[in-house]
Write a protein that binds this ligand. Structure first.
Ligand code: EPZ
Length: 417
């Protein structure tokens, strides 16, 4: 089994090229099924979730060529509407294939997307939204079958701005006849990227970036070339690294505009931040100041950086509070951080963290993708050697966290043992 070995207490200096966004490319890959043609995607991250999605698309009849970070996807021979069980179970994002398969083939089947360690993650909002467009929903023993020969635009009111539900209904609405208005839509940058991709294909989506999206459906689609933006969560992870370890780093290839809420918190820890178009520079001379964070749907602070900020709070000059409002079980990493000497009390949805420095090196285990990245960040601020097991989780979303952190001088490597 592989693990990440980190020698802590070395400050970071240098530049990291930020990979393409996992949470942007996955819905774009699904949306490409709407078009019977060829799309070329640039800046595609070589991460496990992308490889898994490509295996699903291949099983559905698509062909692809993935060289470096450029992906060519040919969907002309799409012939199956059934998401393969093995891959479908591996990745929750398979549920977002329902919308495009329904739009292209008028039917779709996928296994129930597992919950995971961060929460139950139901899909009631996805099914409600597809039902509003006229889809028939059949809950079978092993999965969900949705069908509809004539999807029709309608008003959709999302009671919670679910990212996945917004993506699913956007894709189905692009294929539906007439106009769909989505109220209470998620506003994440990844939703905006999906809207821009769909419009490049030929869809007619307005209100991009707001909570009300208007989709003129049923238009013809065309081949398109599209570039995936940098991953704001990976960039936020590395900002966490320099906040915890100290130093002076530059992150290239990420839009600071998509990270305002993150950069506000980063500044409040005493980290000096400046940015140009798609480069962010972060200078951290002291231990971080204590933080008060409450996560929420965009533009609030991202739940995906909550675990990383636990690691930053663990070495802060005082007591921090971090409230998790999106997922009901997203503090598992806190228990692992206690093995590195952190004092964390979790009550309801709030983590109370008492900062101390340095942490003490030890062996910890990743329980989810972002938690694994957070434990790696904590190792940078721990005395001696730390080992982070459960790298399979980290590889789902980080192309090469060891390569990236080594580029700024961290003593880190992935090893077997
Ligand atoms: C997306 O997950 C992201 N994943 C998550 O990133 C991210 O944490 C999340 O959005 C929130 O920003 C991808 O984009 C692939 P949601 P998603 O639907 O779509 C509840 C990472 O680490 N809900 O916005 O599953 C749900 O239980 C991952 O990269 C319902 O109740 O998130 C949760 O509490 C982790 N019913 C909340 O909404 C539904 O039908 C947010 O879920 C759907 C969701």
């Amino acid at each position: 089994m592989s693990f990440i070995r980190v020698q802590g207490l070395k400050s970071l200096q240098g530049k990291i090229e930020i990979q393409g966004s996992k949470n942007a490319v996955l819905p774009v890959l699904a949306a490409a099924l709407l078009h019977k043609g060829v799309v070329v995607l640039k800046n595609v991250p070589r991460i496990q979730d992308v490889f898994c999605m490509l295996e699903i698309l291949k099983a559905l009849g698509c062909r692809y060529w993935f060289e470096g970070h450029e992906l060519t996807l040919d969907t002309r021979d799409l012939c199956s509407y059934e998401v393969p069980r093995e891959e479908g179970r591996q990745m929750r994002s398979s549920v977002m294939l329902l919308g495009p398969l329904l739009g292209r083939l008028h039917r779709a089947w996928t296994c129930y997307p597992g919950g995971c360690v961060i929460g139950k993650r139901p899909i009631d909002l996805h099914l409600y939204a597809l039902g509003r467009l006229g889809a028939e929903i059949q809950l079978e023993e092993e999965g969900i079958f949705v069908s509809g020969d004539a999807l029709t635009g309608a008003d959709v009111h999302l009671l919670f701005p679910s990212v996945g539900a917004t993506e699913n209904v956007l894709m189905a609405a692009a294929a539906a006849r007439g106009t769909t208005r989505i109220f209470g839509a998620a506003r994440e940058p990844e939703i905006q990227t999906l809207c821009h991709f769909l419009n490049a294909l030929g869809a007619g989506i307005g209100g991009i970036g707001t909570g009300t999206l208007i989709v003129e459906g049923g238009r013809a689609f065309q081949d398109v070339e599209f570039t995936i933006p940098g991953d704001r969560i990976v960039a936020g992870t590395y900002l966490g690294a320099v906040m915890a370890a100290g130093g002076d780093i530059c992150l290239a290839g990420v839009l600071a505009d998509h990270m305002k809420e993150t950069l506000d918190i980063v500044r409040k820890t005493g980290c000096q931040v400046e940015w140009t178009g798609n480069e962010i520079r972060a200078l951290m001379k002291e231990r971080p100041l204590p933080i008060q964070i409450s996560t929420g749907p965009y533009p609030e602070f991202s739940t995906d950086l909550q675990s990383v900020m636990l690691s930053v709070a663990a070495v802060a000059q005082g007591d921090s509070q971090i409230q998790e409002n999106v997922f009901e079980e997203r503090f598992a990493t806190g228990k692992e951080l206690q093995k590195l000497g952190t004092r964390i009390i979790i009550e309801d949805r709030i983590a109370y963290v008492t900062g101390s420095y340095p942490l003490k090196g030890g062996e910890v285990c990743a329980l989810d993708l972002r938690g694994g990245a957070a434990l790696t960040v904590a190792g940078l601020a721990a005395e001696g050697e730390s080992r982070v097991r459960g790298c399979c989780y980290i590889c789902r979303g980080y192309e090469d966290i060891c390569r990236d952190l080594s580029a700024v001088g961290a003593r880190i490597s992935m090893e077997e043992g």
